[in-house]
Design a protein around this ligand. Structure first.
Ligand SMILES: [Fe+2]
Ligand SMILES: [Fe+2]
Length: 313
């Protein structure tokens, strides 16, 4: 059955009642474009994240970690593939247009993939902090998610991100129990990655954000960010590391008397810079990805030729 609605209020009633929108349904143009933009951003982020993981396969210490990082790279590129397909089916841009805009530097992706991973400890910080932040924000989308195809692929993506997060935890615990050098390497990585991971959730949501009303986001950004800080501050301190925030304090009165960790006021400038491709490693990352796309054009052409030949025969 193909759903259609009399007007935007009728569509909103359907969403409020827990309705699920499918690609062939009619949908308000605002919904189509906003949901498309959200999924395209997610797809771009998975692809750029996957390329970072790939960079570290040759440098991963030992065969076991190489296998794990190979699998993780495949997971992330797989997530991107699924999401580009879901986005393309919304009829706003083709998959090729999305990829070409990403590699031309005119499309956006998550702030954390605009920074350089300097040491192996950075890879561990990424797996522990960034995969956890991505997991929390994707799980919050999955919780409601009114767009059917997105919800279905998120089920798999969230499950796999859960593995990445657990693996990050395992690697962090090894470093935490390791030598003084290993611990100080992780502390330096934490100094580099703490704020980008916290900023991944974005500034406070506009209460009128249509993505909240349309149940693509199930919680405003500030709630997700708050929960993340409450969970990771005591964990990292418990492992003996220091959060790079001189004003961090536990306020007994916060959260209606339950108490909460309160951070310094967040400087959003670094996040805004990444959205303009002006992050510390944005140019190199986009250029490397674009070169890679050009170098592999022959694979896509060969597949296209084989597919055309099969149809013709
Ligand atoms: Fe992923
Ligand atoms: Fe991941």
């Amino acid at each position: 059955m193909i759903n259609s609605w009399n007007d935007d209020q009728d569509f909103q009633r359907f969403i409020d009642a827990g309705g699920m929108v499918e690609p062939r349904d009619e949908m308000p143009e605002g919904y189509r474009h906003e949901v498309f933009r959200f999924i395209e951003f997610h797809a771009n982020s998975e692809l750029m994240g996957g390329l970072t993981e790939r960079d570290w396969i040759p440098r991963a210490p030992g065969v076991r970690l190489k296998q794990i990082f190979l699998a993780k790279t495949q997971d992330e590129i797989g997530h991107a593939h699924l999401l580009y397909q879901v986005a393309a089916d919304m009829g706003v841009k083709s998959r090729t247009e999305m990829l070409e805009q990403l590699f031309a530097g005119t499309s956006r992706f998550h702030n954390v993939f605009h920074y350089q991973a300097v040491t192996w400890a950075d890879q561990i910080a990424i797996a522990y902090l960034v995969d956890a932040a991505a997991f929390a924000s994707q799980r919050a989308v999955f919780a409601e998610c009114s767009y059917g195809p997105y919800k279905r692929v998120l089920k798999r993506i969230v499950a796999e991100e859960g593995f990445h997060m657990r693996h990050g935890e395992e690697m962090l615990l090894r470093l935490a129990e390791g030598t003084r050098t290993q611990r100080s390497m992780f502390q330096a990585a934490l100094d580099r990655w703490w704020w980008p991971a916290v900023q991944l959730f974005g500034p406070d949501s506009d209460p009128n954000d249509p993505l909240l009303a349309w149940k693509i986001k199930s919680q405003p950004n500030e709630q997700l960010r708050h929960a993340y800080i409450q969970k990771y501050v005591p964990l990292l301190q418990g492992y003996g590391f220091e959060i790079p925030d001189a004003n961090l304090r536990f306020d007994e009165q916060a959260a209606d008397g339950k108490g909460a960790w309160v951070t310094t006021d967040i400087d959003w400038e670094p996040l805004i810079a990444t959205m303009r491709q002006g992050g510390p490693d944005s140019r190199r990352r986009i250029m490397t990805a674009a070169e890679n796309y050009r170098d592999t054009a022959w694979v896509r052409a060969a597949l296209e030729t084989a597919a055309t030949a099969r149809v013709a025969s």
